[in-house]
Design a protein around this ligand. Structure first.
Ligand code: ADP
Ligand code: MG
Length: 485
């Protein structure tokens, strides 16, 4: 089948040809013709199968007639992370280059004003993370009643990140008469419930079962004697030093370990850099670009940071530990062995990983072979002498003056340590009703504040670890503004 067969216009076909695509992928073949008719689509396919084009192409086609009005986007794409949203935006730019469509990208970590400006001009396509979208909505910069097409991308990751309540809230702000295109790699019961509630007679398009691992991937486990990070770091270096390791992604369960491992590799002379949610948006984009260009050899990542990222095939995937969620193992190792090429996945296993390993073995229906490393890698002197020096320099809460925190977190101790990673800036409500009794005036309305805080907590919870968490180098905009009278 060709793209011509799918019913796309010449303007789109030309952009697709320029992108270098010769024929549609199976999910595109299944989803595009249905989406073009205006029907709802439930697309189930793994990462790397071309889902983005399967919703952006029909979307562009259907939006090509008509014009956007100020603050009333005509279509909305929800993605779980900033990178994924940015990636969808890149794709839209590529495919819609022959169309006059206005696009806005609403993601956290970048300032509100430019985003607001594009919304004011009228966006045909709005791409957003749920938190930032709700923030714009709450600020009154946005009306969702004109949305004709809604896309929910990576729904299972939204679930993992605790975004389902946000999604449900957003869904209720949309007009009931709309098209919904819904994509997920897996269909846990919560996702199924969402689909049953909010999609209208969707056409289900499913390709490749999620629990399958490609047979182009050779999987190994390496047993390490205990769960001391240093032992794993040595084993990791040995694994990387094996023949045939061109480039790789190294996965850690906790973002704290992402930093530690990246730093350790750098100090041992490897070309390596971390990517996780606490890093500044520009930094993450830069690292990703360097990895894509081949400038950077090893990318150390958390599952959240890596999920769905469009990264070219790598020769190796290394797991510093086994993911808590067995599905993530399949996603992780799917980064290698793509497009029929051979790939290898090496997983470090200590006694603490045994339970998680059993779950993975059950899911994939095979036991990875054990790989013995010759133990050439020596611990670096600095590492042996002062292991503590590898602790990530996360800004602790002491580094920020307490007074700046104001009373917003007074009643909620867990709000004392928000990560820089919050998907949106926080705002103090201007619409706060008079606070009760002894509460100070500047404190935002509890409901409003706590719904924002809840969103942030849900996001944070996903990557939480035991390291001290602070604002890092990032000071949210609202903290720099003078207190409300
Ligand atoms: P998914 O969202 O399913 O993880 P993406 O949409 O990010 O997958 O696509 C993965 C990669 O495949 C991207 O680099 C994209 O440009 C490329 N791609 C998508 N469709 C095609 C196609 N029909 N032919 C060749 N490459 C494609
Ligand atoms: Mg995707």
């Amino acid at each position: 089948m060709t793209f011509e067969d799918l019913g796309l216009s010449p303007a789109l076909l030309s952009a697709i040809a320029d992108a270098g695509y010769e024929k549609p992928t199976p999910i595109q073949e299944g989803a595009i013709p249905v989406a073009l008719t205006g029907r709802d689509v439930l697309g189930i396919a793994q990462t790397g199968t071309g889902k983005t084009a399967s919703f952006t192409l029909p979307m562009i086609e259907r939006l090509s007639r008509g014009r956007a009005r100020a603050r009333m986007p005509r279509s909305l794409v929800l993605a779980p992370t900033r990178e994924l949203a940015a990636q969808v935006a890149d794709n839209v730019k590529l495919y819609a280059k022959n169309h006059k469509l206005n696009m806005a990208l609403l993601i956290g970590g970048v300032s509100f004003e430019p985003q607001k400006k594009i919304l004011d001009q009228g966006a045909d396509i709005l791409i957003a993370t749920p938190g930032r979208l709700l923030d714009h909505f709450e600020r009154g910069g946005l009306l969702l009643t004109g949305v004709e097409i809604l896309v929910i991308d990576e729904a299972d990751r939204m679930l993992d990140m605790g975004f389902i309540p946000d999604i449900e809230r957003i869904l209720k702000l949309l007009p009931p008469r709309r098209q919904t295109l819904f994509f997920s790699a897996t269909m846990p019961s919560e996702i199924k419930h969402l689909v049953d509630t909010f999609l209208r007679d969707p056409e289900r398009v499913e390709v490749a079962r999620p629990a399958q691992t490609a047979d182009t991937i050779t999987q190994y486990i390496v047993r390490v004697s205990d769960n001391q990070a240093r032992t794993k770091r040595e084993a990791l270096r040995d694994a990387i030093n094996r023949d045939g390791v061109k480039n790789g992604i190294i996965f850690c369960n906790r973002k704290r370990d992402v930093d530690i491992v990246a730093r350790s590799l750098q100090r041992h002379g490897f070309s390596a850099a971390p990517i996780h949610g606490d890093l500044d948006q520009n930094q993450r984009m830069k690292t990703l670009a360097e990895f894509k260009s081949g400038e950077l050899r090893l990318l150390v990542a958390s599952d959240v940071a890596a999920r769905g990222l469009d990264i070219p095939a790598v020769s190796h995937v290394f797991n510093v530990d086994i993911p808590r969620n067995a599905d993530d193992y399949v996603h992780r190792i799917g980064r290698t062995g793509r497009a029929g090429q051979k790939g290898e996945a090496v997983t470090l296993v200590s006694s603490e990983d045994n339970k998680a390993l059993a779950k993975v073995v059950k899911l994939i229906g095979q036991e990875p072979a054990e790989l013995k490393l010759d133990g050439k890698a020596q611990p670096a002197p600095a590492e042996a002498a002062a292991p503590a020096s590898e602790e990530p320099k996360t800004a602790s809460s002491e580094e920020k003056p307490k007074s700046r925190r104001r009373s917003r977190s007074r009643n909620k101790p867990e709000a004392e340590a928000p990560a820089a990673d919050a998907p949106k800036a926080e705002t103090v409500s201007e619409r706060a009703p008079a606070p009760e009794k002894t509460e100070r005036k500047e404190r935002p309305a509890r409901n409003e504040r706590s719904s924002r805080q809840d969103r942030k907590d849900r996001y944070d919870r996903h990557e939480r670890d035991l390291s001290p968490v602070g604002f890092g180098d990032h000071v949210p905009e609202f903290l720099l503004r003078p207190a409300l009278p």
